[in-house]
Write a protein that binds this ligand. Sequence first.
Ligand SMILES: [Zn+2]
Length: 515
Amino acid sequence: MRNLSSILWAMIFFFCIAGCGEQLVSQPQMDETEPSTTSTAEAVEAVSVPQSPVALTVLYTSDEHGWMEGQETGQGAANMLGLWREKEGYPDKTRFLVLSGGDSWTGPAISTWYQGESMAQVMKIMGYQASAVGNHEFDFGVESLKRQIAGSSFPYLAANLVYKESGNLADDLGIKSYTIVDLDGILVGVIGLSNSATAYTANPAIVGAFDFADYAETLRTTSAELKQKGAQVVVLTSHLCERDLNELVATAQSMNIAVMGGGHCHMGFSKTINGVAIIDSAPYLNSYAYVHLMYDPATMKTSVVDEGLQTNQGGNADPELQALVSEWATKTEKEGGVQIGYLKKELQRQSEEMQALIVETWLWGYPQADVALTNLGGMRDRLAAGKVTLAGVVSVMPFNNTIVEVHLTGTQLQKILEGKLTTPPALGGIRFSDGQWVLAKSGNPLNANDVYSVLVNDFMYAGGDRYSDLAKFDPDAYFTSIDWRQPVIDWIKAQESSENQPLDDAIRLLIEDSH
Ligand SMILES: [Zn+2]
């Protein structure tokens, strides 16, 4: 396995030569719809401040996860931009603030293969002015994050994300705690908050250096600072779930924060509690949330007129954005469209078949191991029927994980498996039968004192998804450096499947062999 040099490796290297090292310089073409952004309050003097009440509109999405093409036809980014024009009068009807709650990049190959560069370009044309830092923004490592932020047309915000050691903000990565957007003379302060669950939902090897400060306290101090700097309207964009936002209502109300946007939990919602609009879109650009606001310069108060959720359906695709998405799709198709197999029936995301295709092929490619475990959260897409391509596999497994071999006693392995009964991982090489764990290889039950070779992904080994026992039980695990997709790709290729002899039966056999 260690000597395998496959197309994928070659492609990853190719991408890195072609893309990873490249400075993501933002194109000089500034979209004319894009309102000016400033991070200082100096602009106050430059514009005349309106005297009568003014209308503001917040357009909000989160957890876009790279779905610029949409999960269904007609639900892509270009259609959403069309809807913003048609339904909201974007960008001229009112002053607009376009925000994201984060997790924008990791997803299908069209975004993941380029570490979000394509999605950043899409969001630039859409006119986003700020984004919270989601847990998935860390997926490609801090160096990539830094590069993406530097190349982005808008700031990434996380006021509560601080280094454990120094207590300082992650300024060195380009992450800010807030930004001030000048909307034709109205200064809107935007605060960002990251989800404290990032500590274990992102790879702890990457985010282990960070602490997450208290939400309410951070919101209070940051909004006070913003007001001092001249912000007239203050809003929050965050990667927080609805429950967290509910708990922040009193703080928001006391600081006259008009809007709180959330993310991470993939729940579209919109409501107003005590004058504070709380919103989040559905994930994957399936919908956007909006809030219509009135700001009265006389009283310096912001009030919510209404808010809601709009499904991304029926929008006429913006031609410029559609062209950009098509360009990326063609590029992805060309580079990742190499056919490696043929599937008659679609593999549903996280289905038994998909689980077997991953963990059983790890054991196929790494036969010295006894057991393979991988968390279901790593499977992000279905595998469509028809031509199976590299890009298809990357969409299913978008994270750049590697396989780690740990050595565990029967007792330790049992403890890990039984600690995960409510959210079990995909299991290869072991099954639960007649009240005991039985190994597929030997047909024998797990022996308490025997030591087994167990394959996991490096995200789990680093303690992600609360698998911290793995490193505790085996601190000297072997980092194989094998891309976790590699055995899947190699196995699919080895089947030499075709329309006449699709992969489906071979996948079925993988499941049977494990029983
Ligand atoms: Zn998230």
